[in-house]
Design a protein around this ligand. Structure first.
Ligand code: 13P
Ligand code: SF4
Length: 346
């Protein structure tokens, strides 16, 4: 079995597809390049253009659609994605797409969510090792333990969880709807898993009592409130926008907090002259061309799991159909209830 990203994968792709650098290929992908020319140098795009071209051609032949999370790199986000969005938007879109194959540009729990919602479709993740520290922090057994500790309290689980954990939960939430989901619970006490930081940030915006699992996102936990205060001294006019997976003191230090799409919409609408995006740094690159008047000051923390998804692996996955995401129907049915309840609240 050829490992995605290995030299064998690359040489096999070169046998099947025309991946030579050429001016013609650059011209062919000029429209896509115009969306990323502030962040990807021309010589670099020359190398990626043949992949962009091959993927866009092959996805039509295979009746495939590419769903890409906002953290995908700009070559994927603008070059080959059909639909981009935050976790909630991608979950909803997975139920609407007409194509028979979904290629998930994102991490494993996102592909699993698409499969849970569209069991009749073939869902493929270009690298199944693309995990998530939150999804890995909790099991269905842990959920049972929380239920025992807080009898009767409903369990709200972030979509950043495995199908088993979703199936053991009452309802899911994402960063964009967490407060609404918590408020919709018919109980004053709510169990929230697995992100302890998201739970504490939500707790500040609701009268419900939230008990939570102490999981954390390995990317957002790296941001420190002290550092933001220092940035502010250095760049007093900068607008700070933080994802709610950040620790509460980081969110408190920011001017706005929202889901990945909420953050993008904030920048689109307000066009601040200087912005600190306190999240995965591909986000700034993805909108840099759209808002040339905005200066993204960084900082840059990359999610190693999201970064596993590359153009090369997307082409390989379209070509080979690997790796297909499989969720046992009995499990998927239970998990679907939790995800669908969330979608229906919208
Ligand atoms: P969003 O739902 O805001 O896109 O977040 C998903 C995620 O994994 C952020 O780290
Ligand atoms: Fe998971 Fe954090 Fe990566 Fe999002 S950024 S996929 S929460 S590890």
């Amino acid at each position: 079995m050829i490992i995605p990203g290995s030299p064998e994968m690359k040489s096999q792709l070169e046998v099947v597809f025309d991946l030579e650098i050429s001016a013609a290929m650059f011209k062919e992908t000029a429209q896509q390049y115009s969306c990323v020319d502030r962040v990807i140098p021309e010589a670099e795009w020359m190398k990626r253009a043949p992949y962009v071209h091959a993927i866009n051609k092959l996805k039509k032949e295979k009746d495939a659609v590419i769903l890409a999370h906002n953290y995908m790199t700009p070559d994927i986000y603008h070059g080959v994605a059909d639909i981009v969005g935050d976790s909630l938007q991608l979950a909803i879109e997975a139920t609407r797409v007409k194509e028979s194959v979904i290629i998930q540009g994102g991490v494993h729990f996102m592909a699993e969510t698409s499969k849970i919602l569209s069991p009749e479709k073939t869902v493929i993740i270009p690298d199944s090792r693309a995990g998530c520290s939150l999804a890995e922090s909790i099991t269905a057994k842990d959920i049972a333990g929380m239920r025992e500790k807080y009898p009767g309290a409903p369990v709200v689980s972030y979509v950043n969880t495995t199908a088993e954990v979703k199936a053991a939960s009452d309802i899911c939430c994402t960063s964009s709807n967490a407060v609404d989901v918590i408020n919709a619970m018919d109980s004053e006490l709510v169990i929230m898993t697995p992100d302890g930081h998201l739970a504490q940030n939500v707790a500040k915006q609701t009268s419900k009592k939230i008990v939570y699992w102490e999981g954390a996102c390995e990317v957002h936990i790296e941001f420190k409130a002290d550092e933001l205060r220092e940035y502010r001294k250095y760049e007093p006019d900068a607008v700070i926008i933080a994802h709610p997976e950040c620790p509460t003191d980081v969110v408190d230090e920011s001017d706005f907090s929202g889901s990945t799409s909420g953050m993008i919409d904030f920048v689109r609408k307000n066009k601040p002259e200087k912005v600190l995006l306190i999240t995965e740094c591909s986000m700034g690159s993805n909108i840099a061309d759209e808002v040339p008047e905005v200066n993204f000051l960084g900082p840059c923390n990359l999610c190693p799991h999201m970064q596993r998804i590359t153009l090369e692996k997307i082409l390989w996955s379209l070509h080979t159909g690997n790796e297909e995401v499989v969720v046992r129907e009995e499990l998927a049915a239970k998990a679907r209830l939790a995800v669908q309840r969330m979608i229906d609240l919208k």
